[in-house]
Write a protein that binds this ligand. Structure first.
Ligand code: ASP
Ligand code: MG
Length: 402
């Protein structure tokens, strides 16, 4: 008998029929002899709808109130799912994040889980019930309701799986797994059967939208195997787990792309110690995650610094660069939203030279200019014009025989 955490995303619980299908699936899993803890997202696009409503009512959205509003979406799904389960004679009981013992920090709208006290979930399981937990939410150390950031239900599910010591965590979604590239861009992209935590982290961090980045961090840190699969076909999907010998041993596993970032540049920055530190401290203090950074070699004591941030953070980031630019006597600063990023990911890269060269040659052959480059042990990313992104992904998918 296994203990399984099953997470159902927004489309998986998008309407009454979908909720009934999910209830059927949970009942089936129980008949197989397994115990289930379910985690649900808000129905369909209801989180977006709530955000829209908030903007219609006011231009001021205190984090505490926004979180209170958004957590309502997941409450609707959790109670409806329990009702659908009752119809199938499966005893179930719903829990808000707070009731499930998910304690977070006080950083509203992007809170981090600091502790989980899952006693009530264990009690429900012991009583033979299915705990159904509202995803994406918790209670802060100040006892206020918090949310974990968009897509946070994945994080709830994996974190619960870790704290309950579940055998694995299933993430049900509207795609059938993790693909070698976005199938909408590359029709020949195929589903990956198994992938390592490290590779999945790189994919999630470089534009892959199948799993939220933080959920993969949790999975790796606590060694929780994840099975990403479809709630429409219920077919086997992609296993994300610790690397082992049976993994597909291609050098490159996937090509990902991201068009959700902007590039900020400060030009004519005096080339002396402490200036980059200044810029990035100010950015960090606003809670903004910086991604790629390049600094040009200096000409006549001045240099240019460019970096990328999420589009949503463009306003505050530009504010920082403008303030710092004038303080340190730089020329000026500007934002460029017309960029995109293409990344090559593969654990085999560590031991195969020449991957970078092939990537650059492939882009060159397509006449695509590379504006920024960053690498990790198992990833190479290039910033290019956004209009070149699809062409780049297609060409790379073919060049690396994926
Ligand atoms: N409902 C939340 C969102 O749309 C959380 C989630 O779906 O994971 O971002
Ligand atoms: Mg979602």
């Amino acid at each position: 008998m296994a203990l399984v955490v099953q997470k159902f995303g927004g489309t998986s619980v998008g309407d009454a029929d979908r909720i009934k299908a999910v209830a059927d699936h949970i009942a089936r899993t129980r008949r197989r002899g397994d115990q289930v803890v379910a985690v649900v997202s808000a129905m369909g696009k209801s989180t977006d709808d709530l955000i829209r409503l908030a903007t219609e009512v006011s231009s001021t959205h205190p984090g505490r109130e926004l979180d209170m509003l958004l957590t309502a979406g997941e409450r609707i799904s959790m109670s409806l799912l329990c009702m659908a389960l009752a119809d199938l004679d499966v005893p179930a009981v719903s829990f808000t994040g707070s009731q499930a013992g998910i304690i977070t920090d006080t950083d509203h709208t992007r809170a981090k889980i600091v502790e989980i006290r899952p006693e009530r979930l264990f009690e429900a399981l012991q009583a033979g019930k299915v705990p159904v937990v509202a995803g994406f939410q918790g209670m802060s150390l100040d006892r206020d309701v918090t949310t974990l950031g968009r897509g946070g239900s994945d994080t709830t599910a994996v974190a619960l799986a870790a704290s309950l010591n579940a055998d694995y965590c299933e993430i049900y979604t509207d795609v059938s797994g993790v693909y070698t590239a976005d199938p909408r861009v590359v029709p020949t992209a195929h589903k990956i059967a198994k992938i390592s935590f490290e590779e999945m982290l790189e994919i999630a961090a470089s534009g892959g939208r199948v799993l939220a980045l933080r959920s993969v961090e949790f999975a790796r840190n606590f060694n929780v195997p994840i099975h990403v699969r479809s709630s429409f076909t219920w077919e086997p999907g992609t296993w994300v787990k610790q690397e082992d010998e049976t993994m597909e041993q291609g050098v490159v596993s996937a090509i990902s792309h991201d068009i959700t970032e902007v590039k900020l540049t400060i030009t004519g920055v005096p080339d002396r110690p402490g200036i980059a530190a200044r810029v990035f401290r100010e950015i960090a203090e606003r809670g903004i995650n910086v991604d790629m950074i390049v600094q040009n070699t200096s000409k006549e004591g001045a240099t240019d610094i460019s970096f990328t941030v999420p589009k949503d953070d463009m306003g505050p980031s530009l504010e920082v660069t403008q303030i710092v630019a004038s303080e340190v006597g730089a020329l000026n600063s500007y934002a460029d939203p017309g960029i995109g990023r293409v990344s090559l990911i593969g654990a085999g890269m560590k031991t195969h030279p020449g991957i970078t060269a092939t990537m650059f040659e492939t882009l060159a052959k397509e006449g695509i200019n590379i504006e920024m480059i960053s690498t990790s042990a198992i990833r190479i990313s290039c910033v290019v014009r956004q209009t070149d992104v699809e062409k780049a992904v297609k060409a790379l998918h073919e060049a690396f025989d994926l």
